[in-house]
Structure formats: structure tokens, C-alpha cells
Design a protein around this ligand. Structure first.
Ligand SMILES: Nc1ncnc2c1ncn2[C@@H]1O[C@H](COP(=O)(O)OP(=O)(O)OP(=O)(O)O)[C@@H](O)[C@H]1O
Length: 233
């Protein structure tokens, strides 16, 4: 088990953004996290990454209780992430963004940075400042930055948001090529991407867990249909 989440909750006043959610991920597992807008998906990612503190429950990563651990320590332990809005340093080159994200001595890493950029299809953009990249390329860059931290768990928050169809296809290829020993928790509304990628799918609705199953089980789940009823996924 690489990640175990138990009874996880986050309240904002009277609103339970997340309510008693349990989740377990095996090393290398590809898990998608779906649900209508406001279901609590980003809240769950932020709690696992440490950007938010839970109001209930516990998070274990690689056998350690990380519930109260600050995000930078979790990153050093091997929790990598990307954001809904790509977080890159716009004035640095793509290669330097990867170097900064790697948090290790630069000398040894310059070649490594190029490898990470090549792995996300940005080999030719190493010297381009991040601010000059397209939105899709900044998403690719953020993925390279996350990989540079040598994660054992990668949290991806809506990587297909704002991408044109050909870019989504490119992204699907990049996700399929992620290192097989890295567990991935993918939050995504693009269900074709989700169903092509995931081993298993977890569905949240109004902060609660409503379903976990294989892609085939998820497609025919009445709970999932009900969660999405009247909502365009
Ligand atoms: N800082 C906050 N203060 C108050 N309410 C919040 C805050 N952050 C999130 N919420 C609420 O918590 C609930 C869950 O939000 P969250 O962003 O986790 O949903 P989501 O499933 O990621 O949605 P989306 O698919 O639209 O990104 C929503 O009702 C949201 O309005």
C-alpha cells in the first residue's frame, strides 16, 4: 500500500467539502477520481499533498502518518503533483523550471532535466521561457517538474482542462508512458481519458465516496449514473 486515507474530512463552516472518505492505492496503481463539480476531488488532492489540513481523518503514505506533515516534506517523501492551473515560473526556461522543481544539486541534474522534458514531449523547448509556452505545453512542463521530484505517488488535477482534442491525445500518450512504479491519482472530467487510463475509478459526490471499481464496473454503476444525473460530465 502506498497511500491509505481513512475517514478523511474537510469542513468549511457548515459545508462538508469532504466527508469521511477512505481510499487505498497500491504502488504503481492508476486510479482516477471523478465526480460532478464540487464533489470534493481537488479538496482530496490538496489534503493528500498537504496544501490543506483535514478537519477529520488520517493519511498514511508509504507506511508513515503524514496527516499533519507540511507539503514540502511530503514532496521529499515522494508525493508529486500538478495543479488545475499549471504552477510554473514564467520567467525561467523550461529546463530551469525542472531543475528548481528537482530540489537537488544542479550540476548532476542538467542532463536529467532534459530527459524529463523529453519524457513529456518538450525536448525542443528546454531553453524557452515557461511564460512563452502554450497552455498545453505548460501542463506538460508541470508534469516534467513533478517527475523530477522522483515521486512514488503523482497527484494530477484535471490535466486535460483547457486542452484542444489533439493535445488531449498527446496527454493520453504521456500518461500511458508514466513510470510503471509510480502510483497515479488522476482527477479528471474528460471521461474518455479517464477510462483509457485508469485501473480503477473512484467516484465522489457531495464530498462522499459513492463508488470504487474497474472501468467496466464504473461505466455500468447506478450510483455513478445517479451522481452525474442532470450534470454534464
Ligand atoms: N476555501 C473554500 N472555502 C469554502 N468552500 C470551499 C473552499 N474550497 C472548496 N470549497 C467547497 O468545497 C466543495 C468541494 O470543492 P472541490 O474544489 O474539492 O470540488 P471538485 O470536485 O474539485 O470540483 P471541480 O470539479 O469543480 O473542480 C465545493 O462545494 C466548494 O465550493
Amino acid at each position: 500500500m502506498i497511500l491509505r486515507v481513512e475517514g478523511l474530512g474537510r469542513r468549511y463552516g457548515d459545508l462538508a467539502a469532504l466527508d469521511g472518505v477512505a481510499l487505498e492505492l497500491q504502488p504503481g496503481e492508476r486510479r482516477a477520481l471523478i465526480g460532478p463539480n464540487g464533489a470534493g476531488k481537488t479538496t482530496l488532492l490538496n489534503l493528500v499533498a498537504g496544501a490543506l489540513r483535514p478537519t477529520a481523518g488520517r493519511i498514511d503514505f508509504a507506511g508513515r502518518d503524514v496527516t499533519r506533515m507540511p507539503p514540502a516534506r511530503r514532496a521529499r517523501l515522494g508525493i508529486g503533483r500538478t495543479h488545475q492551473h499549471p504552477a510554473v515560473w514564467p520567467t525561467l526556461s523550461a529546463a530551469d523550471n525542472v531543475l528548481v522543481a528537482a530540489r537537488r544539486p544542479w550540476g548532476r541534474l542538467r542532463a536529467g532535466a532534459r530527459e524529463h522534458l523529453a519524457a513529456v514531449g518538450l525536448a525542443d523547448q528546454a531553453g524557452v521561457t515557461a511564460g512563452a509556452l502554450s497552455h498545453g505545453q505548460r501542463r506538460q512542463l508541470e508534469l516534467a517538474m513533478a517527475l523530477a521530484g522522483a515521486p512514488r505517488l503523482l497527484l494530477l488535477d484535471e490535466p486535460a482542462a483547457g486542452l484542444a482534442p489533439p493535445e488531449v491525445e498527446l496527454l493520453a500518450g504521456l500518461l500511458a508512458a508514466l513510470p510503471s512504479d509510480v502510483a497515479v491519482l488522476l482527477v479528471e472530467h474528460h471521461l474518455d481519458l479517464v477510462y483509457g487510463f485508469a485501473d480503477r475509478v473512484t467516484v465522489l459526490h457531495s464530498g462522499r465516496h459513492v463508488h470504487t471499481g474497474t472501468v467496466a464496473e464504473t461505466r455500468r454503476s447506478p450510483e455513478v449514473a445517479a451522481a452525474y444525473a442532470g450534470v454534464k460530465p
